[in-house]
Design a protein around this ligand. Structure first.
Ligand code: SAH
Length: 372
């Protein structure tokens, strides 16, 4: 029998203090009542947080001065401090390294495009999936992030856009991708609660559209099926990286537990249930997974198993320090894309933002004190 994948590795450290964004409406009201305040203060506080994106008691003038500090201290504790911001792409990409009170490090990246602004968030500090090409995978899992720690990355990004902190002036955060550190479906309940907070309108959440949110997974099959039953219409991205089990067993070690065919069947189920096309992620690694036969097999498999309900995103590998692997050269990337398309499967090469700021998954947390 093969060893159990690291999915089952228990988080090592404690969770952060309770926060408003951990709670649903009923729980918020109960918490406020327990603090000796009328329940409607919960909605007032939630409006400050989710609609005005504020945690500053001085700005909460609709709350009595005597309660503000107490309510904020009890329900809006600071969860993480930005250790560093690093910008590139002419100031339209900004990566933030966060440190929680217990020292756990996580990252988020804000990316402005002409037609949208996306924040890439972390769902765990570190990751237990051990994919060998991923910087986070090398460092192992520190702990799950709480619901509020996930939501607060989005709130901070929305506030930064509103306040014009990215080149191009004030704007609006429109998209969220769970492609930062961690395996979102290994922190299932907190991630689903975060999805609810991110997509519900104020005062229950930040009010982003479900279809603008993407959850990326290594392919935890039971969790994909469970997510399909949540009634959410978020986009699912599956990190396939190769169509054959032999190589995938090493590139995405959890494949030893759930094989390519099972992952694609679960993806099909997700697409059928939600009506959303599934995105297949494929990091192109020179001479490892970029051969013509793999492009053809990928196209054929996806066409057979997912029909029109799929799209392939090719991501030229962002090499991690010390790795012998490199990205597939541009011409070979184009040829790979053409072969997938020839099978009738839509395929694009992802615009790679933030290379010079080590924005590939986990690279900043792996070297938090390096110059930048
Ligand atoms: N654990 C989730 C989400 C985090 S990573 C998942 O694996 O899907 C988001 C995407 O970035 C995944 O497709 C991951 O395989 C990819 N990735 C990680 N490291 C990379 C690197 N060095 N170069 C290119 N893509 C990378």
């Amino acid at each position: 029998m093969t060893a159990l994948p690291l999915v089952f590795q228990a988080p090592r450290r404690g969770m952060p203090p309770r926060h408003l964004a951990d709670l649903d409406r009923g729980q918020r009201r109960t918490a406020v009542r327990e603090l000796g305040e009328p329940a409607f203060r919960a909605d007032q506080l939630a409006r400050h947080y989710f609609a005005r994106l504020s945690t500053d008691p001085a700005a909460m003038t609709d709350l009595p001065a005597s309660s503000r500090d107490r309510l904020v201290a009890a329900l809006l504790p600071e969860l993480a401090t930005p250790l560093r911001h690093i910008c590139c792409d002419g100031g339209t990409t900004r990566k933030t390294l966060w440190r929680a009170a217990d020292g756990a490090l996580s990252e988020s990246v804000l990316m402005r495009y002409p037609d949208r602004t996306t924040v890439c968030v972390s769902s765990q500090a570190g990751c237990g999936m051990a994919c060998p090409f991923c910087a986070t995978g090398q460092s192992g899992l520190t702990r799950n992030l709480s619901t509020a720690e996930i939501v607060d990355q989005v709130r901070a990004a929305a506030a930064a856009m509103r306040d014009g902190e990215l080149a191009g002036g004030p704007g609006r955060l429109s998209h969220v991708v769970f492609m930062g550190m961690g395996e979102p479906l290994a922190n299932y309940q907190r991630v689903v609660a975060a999805l609810s907070r991110i997509t519900h309108p104020a005062p229950d959440g930040l009010g982003l559209s479900q279809r603008s949110v993407t959850v990326s997974t290594v392919g935890l099959v039971p969790a994909i099926r469970r997510l399909a039953a949540e009634g959410l219409r978020v986009t699912l991205a599956v990190s396939l990286h190769t169509p054959d089990d032999e190589l995938r067993d090493t590139l995405v070690p959890v494949n030893r537990r759930w094989k390519v065919a099972e992952v694609l069947d679960a993806s099909r189920h997700y697409a059928d249930t939600t009506g959303r096309r599934v995105s297949i992620e494929y990091a192109l690694i020179r001479d490892v997974n970029d051969q013509p036969w793999r492009a053809e097999l990928l196209g054929r498999l996806l066409r057979e198993r997912l029909g029109a309900l799929v799209h392939v995103n090719l991501i030229p590998l962002n090499p991690t320090p010390g790795s012998e692997w490199d990205a597939t050269p541009p011409l070979a990337q184009e040829q790979f894309m053409a072969r997938v398309r020839a099978a009738g499967v839509p395929c694009t090469i992802r615009d790679t933002r933030g290379r010079e700021i080590a924005a590939a998954c986990g690279q900043l947390a792996a070297s938090p004190h390096s110059a930048g």
